[in-house]
Design a protein around this ligand. Structure first.
Ligand code: FAD
Length: 486
């Protein structure tokens, strides 16, 4: 959990227009999904209460997308500054890696202040929309009834009832509790609490959070080891992304430890530095910061068993395609149900569910479509992906029905730079069937996230290769390659 405080110096805020304790709908969890649902539900006139245990905006605003992207921006700038000499700028200043300085405490304070302002904006938006909200930990104690242990008010509880309950409690980092000394490491939440920049960092994990944090640390000047269980990072993505980012991280000087499993973590004699032993017998000493980024698990402990809400074998809440749990009037969405764990997915699902439950008749069958969701990895360089990987497409449609177009080059921006400063751009378009419908688009390179947002619309609309080609290129860009692939 973040150590950031709610924006206002009060722990409980209730919109005074609405003092009764019975609601049309009670939402547990004020993250991306819960807030989006609440605002949309209240906009239809539903009497809505939102209960948030920590800070509004949830993981995304407090310890996820937002502070992560701010850190990525700093890391990206640190790299770009080194390119200035290539463009004839600041020739009299030493801008190489060795001279890089980063004022972590200064930047953290600014970043936290920004996040703090967002908490306030979330509160104001809820109030504007007529949503009541309360800070505290919610527990379902019987049908339609929730007990809230008020935040920062030891032992104080309040009881609320509601016709409907939405569970949008998100997730939290998993820890390898079977590894001796694992508690000497921290997680992505802890990353955002770091007051000083660690010199020697070990990140364990191969998913996008591990890759992003390792990239940020490296660009900002830390020595970074990235321990992965297999041979590539980002194994849920197409090989063009897995292979390129793994190679680039190695080229950038990240110590990528392939096939490495941590077996033990010990504190060294200074009581702070860590000694990390791997299953293959290798040892890393003098580690200032160990970050576990090995996955996330659902945020539970909210009394689901009292009303019999069913979980799957990963301890995620089971829902149908309309976000109904097995209990009448109890719904769930976002990271706590798994599926596609991204902020915009939680937001879109929340709005659609509110439309369905409280909106006009035309929305009565509305549900979230989880196909073709674009996503980005804020690595260095960035990567982005929509649709099926080549492997998935081959499995689904048969390899013979696919046509794969690729492009690999160094963007024009790098023409002015030294060879070792040049980063790759790689695109892969996966087309299927006679009309070459685009079923996957994967990219690595500058601005991938921004580029993919636009192409995502086309893929979502069912575009074919011919549709891509019919769009005239914007020159000179890197993305023009995507509409001129041969
Ligand atoms: P959350 O946002 O986690 O909100 C759940 C809320 O419920 C929390 O505020 C929690 O305090 C509260 N809560 C839990 N239990 C209770 C209870 N019993 N009572 C009251 N309140 C409770 N996604 C992207 O799209 N892009 C990114 O770049 C991105 N980067 C990320 C980087 C990191 C480091 C992490 C960790 C995640 C990132 N994500 C990103 C994922 C994104 O943050 C989540 O998918 C999103 O926040 C899920 O929203 P949610 O509403 O399901 O849950």
């Amino acid at each position: 959990m973040s150590n950031l405080k709610p924006a206002k110096n009060i722990i409980r805020i209730i919109n005074r227009r609405n003092m009764s304790k019975h609601y049309d709908v009670l939402v547990i969890g004020g993250g991306s999904g819960g807030v989006a649902f609440s605002r949309r539900a209240a906009s239809y006139g539903a009497k809505t209460l939102l209960v948030e245990a920590n800070t509004l905006g949830g993981t995304c605003v407090g310890v996820g997308c937002v502070p992560k992207k701010v850190m990525w921006n700093a890391a990206d700038l640190a790299k770009k500054i080194q390119h200035a000499h290539g463009y004839g700028l600041y020739k009299d200043l030493p801008l190489d890696k060795e001279h890089l300085t980063f004022d972590w405490p200064y930047f953290k304070e600014k970043r936290d202040a920004y996040v703090h302002r967002l908490f306030g904006i979330y509160e104001r938006n809820l109030t504007k929309e007529g949503v009541d909200f309360v800070y505290g930990f919610a527990k379902i104690i019987k049908d339609n009834t929730v007990e809230v242990s008020l935040k920062d008010q030891e032992g104080k509880t309040e009881i609320y009832t509601a016709d409907k309950i939405l569970i949008a409690t998100g997730g939290k980092p998993s820890h390898p509790e079977n590894i001796e000394g694992y508690e000497h490491g921290t997680d992505s939440d802890g990353f955002f609490r770091l007051e000083e920049q660690p010199k020697n960092v070990v990140v364990v994990g191969a998913g996008y959070i591990a890759v992003e944090l390792a990239g940020v640390f490296k660009s900002l000047g830390s020595n970074v080891s990235l321990a992965i269980r297999n041979d590539t990072v980002l194994r849920n993505f197409d090989h063009i992304i897995q292979d390129t980012i793994t190679e680039e991280y190695i080229r950038e000087g990240i110590n990528v430890l392939k096939q490495h499993n941590v077996s033990k973590v010990e504190l060294e004699s200074d009581g702070k530095s860590k000694k990390i032993t791997f299953a293959n017998g290798e040892v890393l000493n003098n580690v200032d910061c160990l970050i576990w980024a090995i996955g996330r698990k659902s945020h539970l402990g909210l009394g689901l068993e009292t009303i019999g809400v069913k979980l799957n074998d990963k301890n995620q809440i089971i829902v149908d395609e309309y976000q109904n749990t097995n209990v009448d009037g109890v719904y769930s969405l976002g990271d706590v149900v798994g599926n596609v764990e991204l902020t915009p997915v939680a937001i879109a699902t929340g709005r659609k569910l509110a439309n369905r439950l409280f909106g006009p008749e035309i929305y009565k069958n509305q549900k979230q479509d989880y196909e073709n969701v674009p996503s980005a990895i804020f690595s260095h360089p960035e990567a982005g992906s929509i649709g099926l990987s080549e492997e998935q497409a081959a499995e689904k449609y048969g390899k013979d029905t696919l046509k794969i177009y690729t492009s690999s080059f160094k963007g024009m921006y790098y023409a002015m730079l030294e060879e070792e400063q040049k980063e790759p751009t790689k695109y892969k378009l996966i087309c299927q069937g006679e009309n070459e419908k685009v079923v996957g688009l994967h990219m690595v390179g500058d601005f991938s996230a921004e580029i993919l947002q636009g192409f995502g619309v086309a893929v979502k609309m069912g575009a074919t290769k011919a549709d891509f080609d019919s769009c005239v290129a914007i020159h000179p860009t890197s993305a023009e390659e995507i509409v001129t692939l041969r």
